[in-house]
Design a protein around this ligand. Structure first.
Ligand SMILES: Cc1cc2nc3c(=O)[nH]c(=O)nc-3n(C[C@H](O)[C@H](O)[C@H](O)COP(=O)(O)O)c2cc1C
Ligand code: SF4
Length: 552
């Protein structure tokens, strides 16, 4: 398999083609310093076989550059010892680590009301940043230069300049965002001037491989297309690779949900690029990765690396199922005030602190073959226990089996298949159509959301996922009205896609706090896949701890 073969980036040897994509985790300290939680999260992916880890975007040391709350800052020399701890943790697994550096430009967070700067003072989703003056540019150059020096001193193997997703460097490249008429704007070549200056400075100051992440295309109505993105990639000089992502402000952009196709960025690549290329975007299976490697040199996995840190090593050994990213965009997209999490992997973000039991002896019985019971069963078996599941229905899966939205079902069924295969592989006994009177663990959902009623005029104020799905199905046979906030349990990506489908089926959205709805179930914390898994594991841990002398 090509994915398992090594390749150079510049003079750096990467042992395989699996790259962990840059993903802000908010696991660093608020001061911008890495720490043991953050390092363990990245190290787990190196242990799992990723040949190259690209860190999350990390801002160059300027107040106006920060994009997320607990993002690493690169520019403080006192941080170097801790950054070395990070690189050392990755190198011990024979993996390489590149540092992604960013200036967030017009999308900066501005926590202390700093002046937000961008190439031009155009509209950024409701606000206008200040147009950069020459002094601003000089400050940005110096900040990138200093970050590059620190990266080298801290033993990073390469640097990725973030030139995608509507941050500063892309803002210069984007005809819609760069309306300057000086030497930095006004023509294709001039728009490349500032990004090229940054590339040259970073290379000079670091003398390690340098790549750039670009949006192959922007999804916005006034955005550039893939042939423009490819032309940018092939016109920039002095770089060792280009990393194609997608998007500026409008969804679906890079992290597309199950409403978009697999390999959604690769499918828009006009042809094989003339530069060393990495690509990202909705590649969730070994087959899609092999397919991508016909056109590019490396594949970056973002969300699939959150769902299963051991994705590459499972491809290598072929003896365990890969826990699938179901492109739900739920737990991993709650980053404004949260840390990285994953709906299907309760360890993500807790690599350092969660218990992992091994070498236990004895048996355990679990009542309930839904997500909660299945997750408890896998963990119990991995800890050494012999496991029997009792399920009163004729099949395992519980609510996973009852999903009605066809887009969602296609993707979520992969989780069901994962459980079926793992249960078989691990030799877990399953007794179907059997009501358990006694069991060591009762893995029963704490709440059962009622089905929507089938009435002629249905009005819904509920952000329960099941209700969102059922509303789409019922819209074919009755009038459906939904409150706007019924969609707020979805990320923006899913909201936009869902709303489009819903409106095409005649569903009307209202923002009326006084309206009387037939169904009211608006909640902050709904019971979902992740909480079902957490519940099963927590019950198992309690059982093990309470019975430890007999089980060890
Ligand atoms: C939690 C999360 C954080 C992200 N943070 C970054 C980031 O810091 N820098 C970046 O270039 N892209 C970031 N992205 C985009 C991913 O790198 C990737 O392009 C996107 O998720 C699509 O790849 P996937 O389908 O394999 O997840 C982030 C995505 C996620 C899900
Ligand atoms: S939360 Fe959903 S989309 Fe995000 S990584 Fe996990 S499974 Fe994938």
């Amino acid at each position: 398999m090509k994915s398992l073969t090594g390749e150079y980036i510049g003079e750096t040897w990467i042992k395989n083609r699996f790259v962990m994509a840059p993903m802000i985790s908010n696991l660093a300290d608020p001061s911008g310093l890495t720490n043991n939680n953050h390092i363990s999260y990245l190290e787990e992916r190196a242990l799992g076989g990723f040949g190259l880890i690209i860190t999350e975007y990390s801002y160059v040391f300027m107040d106006s550059a920060k994009g997320s709350r607990n993002e690493m800052v690169i520019g403080v020399s006192d941080h170097i010892p801790k950054l070395k701890r990070l690189t050392e943790s990755i190198h011990r697994h024979q993996s390489k680590i590149f540092l992604q550096i960013v200036h967030a430009g017009g999308k900066a967070l501005s926590p202390k009301n700093e002046r937000i700067i961008a190439p031009s003072a155009v509209d950024y989703m409701g606000h206008k940043p200040a147009e950069m003056a020459e002094e601003d540019m000089e400050q940005v150059r110096k900040a990138f230069e200093s970050a590059a020096r620190i990266a080298r001193t801290a033993n990073f193997d390469g640097i990725e300049i973030h030139g995608a997703h509507g941050y500063l460097i892309q803002e210069f490249l984007s005809p819609a965002l760069n309306t300057r008429s000086d030497r930095y704007g006004g023509s294709f070549q001039k728009r490349l001037t500032f990004p090229q200056e940054i590339i040259d400075l970073v290379r000079e100051s670091s003398a390690i491989p340098v790549g750039i992440r670009l949006s192959l295309y922007e999804d916005d109505s006034d955005g550039y297309d893939a042939s423009y993105g490819l032309a940018v990639a092939e016109s920039l000089r002095n770089i060792d690779y280009v990393h194609f992502s997608a998007g500026r402000f409008a969804p679906p952009g890079s992290s597309a949900s199950f409403y978009s196709n697999e390999m959604h960025i690769l499918k828009k690549l006009p042809r094989k690029p003339k530069v060393k290329t990495m690509i990202v975007g909705s590649m969730t299976t070994p087959e899609s990765i092999e397919e991508a490697l016909k056109a590019v040199d490396f594949v970056a996995l973002g969300r699939p690396a959150l769902a299963d840190p051991f994705f590459p090593s499972k491809v290598l050994t072929g003896n365990r199922e890969i826990r699938p990213c179901i492109r739900c965009n739920q737990a991993c997209r709650d980053l404004s005030y949260g840390e990285v999490r994953c709906t299907v992997n309760t360890l993500t973000g807790f690599e350092l602190t969660r218990r992992r039991f091994t070498g236990l002896k004895g048996e355990i019985t679990i009542a309930g073959g839904g997500i909660s019971g299945l997750e408890a069963a896998l963990k119990a078996r991995e800890s050494g226990l012999k496991v029997t599941i009792y399920e009163r229905e004729g099949a395992i899966g519980g609510d996973l089996r009852k999903i009605t939205d066809p887009f969602k079902k296609k993707e979520f069924d992969r989780l069901l298949i994962y459980y079926e295969k793992e249960i078989k592989r691990l030799g877990i006994d399953v007794c179907l159509s059997t009501e358990a009177e006694r069991a060591d663990i009762f893995a029963i959902p704490p709440v059962n959301y009622k089905d929507l009623p089938e009435i002629a005029e249905l009005s819904i104020d509920s952000n329960i996922y099941k209700h969102q799905d059922q509303a789409l199905a019922l819209a074919d046979q009755c009038t459906v009205i939904m409150s706007e906030r019924s969609l707020d349990s979805m990320d923006r990506n899913r909201q936009v896609a869902y709303r489009k489908i819903a409106e095409s089926k005649g569903i009307k959205f209202v923002r009326d706090p006084d309206m009387e709805f037939n169904v009211k179930n608006y909640t902050k914390n709904q019971h979902d896949i992740k909480s079902a898994m957490e519940q099963g594991i927590s019950k198992l841990e309690y059982y093990i701890i309470s019975n430890l002398p007999e089980l060890s």
